[in-house]
Design a protein around this ligand. Sequence first.
Ligand code: 5GP
Length: 113
Amino acid sequence: MSETIFSKIIKREIPADIIYEDDLCLSFKDINPQAPFHALVIPKKPIEKVSAAVQEDKHLLGHLLLKAGEIAADQGYEDNFRLVINNGEGAGQTVFHLHVHILAGRPLGWPPG
Ligand code: 5GP
């Protein structure tokens, strides 16, 4: 997988507003927030997108979701938040390092755009 802006954030080569980190993942505020709270949770392992994940990533993918829920709760959005994963250009993915969007703090309509 080629280097992305997110691998540079992991390596602290470019700045980000980091709100959580452990050995498997990193979470930071989105630079172009679409809700009062908008953060991303990314694996440190460079996986391009969900459809590029493999069986051995099962634990890591579960970890990302659990942490996303905990991070939302830590920010005061225990019950009302949305997690989004765009997979592929046609679905709106622009950075090809898997990431979970956490959106909260406003009414979230359905269906999404
Ligand atoms: P995607 O469209 O791939 O699902 O989401 C990529 C997200 O990354 C977008 O919401 C975009 O605003 C965010 N983003 C892109 N570049 C940067 C950056 O350099 N720093 C941060 N914090 N977020 C970024």
